[in-house]
Design a protein around this ligand. Structure first.
Ligand SMILES: [Zn+2]
Ligand SMILES: [Zn+2]
Length: 346
């Protein structure tokens, strides 16, 4: 089969490798249709690492995927050959303290698709995964929509954990695929006024379709002042979805006393200084979001029921052979890219 391998910093090569085989009784062999390019994949492309997770080249990245089941192990009940599936990239053990506490996203033996040292990624024609990672999708759902259930699942999880309820005022810093997904889920959850920032005009335009109370650049002239002039009491929740350290500071200043600052974006840096006295005096609660737990089916249901329409997130499409181009585009934030989709076998 063909696979796109990251062979160095900012370098992909398309290689022919042996087809993966079903090994365990609960394994499923999936013919991959689409793979979304995620900000985390882009970090591996540009820096070769995220924090302590370092790529050993060559390596196959990619964890947002959908496809068709080709073959299944003997014990598989959940799916059968021919089923179209969305893929949840988290393989957890189900036995450790974290799994038993309902936190498979922080499983002690967690293996994540396309994560260095864990599992090979999805940018290949074929993929073998345990059955619990495969979610059958409705005939009306496209592979692209199924692929978007991964970032949407993170948004569902973020909102589920932190959104106080209908009418709450919210800031969303960063209108990339995850920020926009959070916006979509909040809209479906009855959010009140939403304040949205991003540096890229095309992203603000897409956020505009979701009717923010105000949207603009984070850095000019004074986004925090603009927002607080409209919400003098501060915001109930701020979702930091940009990974920009400056946005953490803005988020801390935007929260009302007793508010929540939710960190969803992945920073490129290893440390960020925070205004501790503002956070402390205002009793702002800091939430960290680690991917998601148990939200893949919920995300698929939101798409399927048309409560959320994520189609506008996909701005660019590339065949597997042009993976390099897709990543260069996403890394450079060029041409208004939000989600670049690799069509492995559309
Ligand atoms: Zn992702
Ligand atoms: Zn576990």
């Amino acid at each position: 089969m063909k696979t796109a391998k990251l062979t160095g910093i900012r370098r992909f090569e398309i290689r022919e490798v042996p087809d993966p085989k079903i090994v365990r009784d609960d394994d499923v062999l999936v013919r991959v249709a689409t793979v979304g390019v995620c900000g985390s994949d882009v970090h591996y492309f540009t820096d070769g690492r995220i924090g302590a997770q370092v790529v050993e080249f060559p390596f196959t990245v990619g964890h947002e995927a959908a496809g068709t089941v080709e073959r299944v192990g003997r014990a598989v009940r959940r799916v059968k050959p021919g089923d179209r599936v969305a893929i949840d990239p988290t393989d957890f053990c189900g036995e450790c303290d974290q799994c038993r506490a309902g936190r498979p996203n922080t499983c002690r033996r967690l293996k994540f698709l396309g994560c260095p040292g864990q599992l090979k990624g999805a940018l290949s024609e074929l993929l073998v995964l345990p059955e619990h990672c495969c979610f059958p999708i409705a005939p009306s759902m496209t592979f692209e929509q199924a692929t978007l259930s991964e970032p949407l699942g993170i948004a569902v999880y973020s909102v589920e954990r932190t959104f106080p309820g209908p009418g709450a005022t919210v800031g969303i810093l960063g209108q990339g695929p995850v920020g926009l997904s959070v916006f979509h889920v909040l809209r479906a959850s009855g959010v009140g006024n939403v304040y949205a920032t991003d540096k890229i005009p095309e992203r603000l335009a897409i956020a505009g379709e979701l009717k923010p109370a105000w949207s603009g650049r984070p850095d000019s002239p004074d986004a925090v002042g603009e927002i607080l002039s409209r919400e003098p009491l501060g915001l109930d929740v701020v979702y930091e979805c940009s990974g920009d350290p400056a946005a953490w500071l803005q988020g801390a200043r935007l929260c009302r006393p007793g508010g929540r600052l939710v960190i969803v974006g992945i920073p490129e840096v290893d440390e960020i200084a925070l205004p501790v006295h503002e956070l402390r005096r205002n009793e702002v609660t800091l939430y960290n979001i680690r991917r998601q737990a148990g939200c893949t089916q919920k995300a698929l249901d939101l798409i399927d029921s048309k409560k959320v329409n994520v189609d506008s997130l996909v701005t660019h499409r590339f065949p597997l052979e042009r993976t390099q181009e897709a990543f260069a585009l996403a890394a450079g934030y060029k041409n208004g890219v939000v989600k670049a989709m690799i069509e492995v076998a559309p």
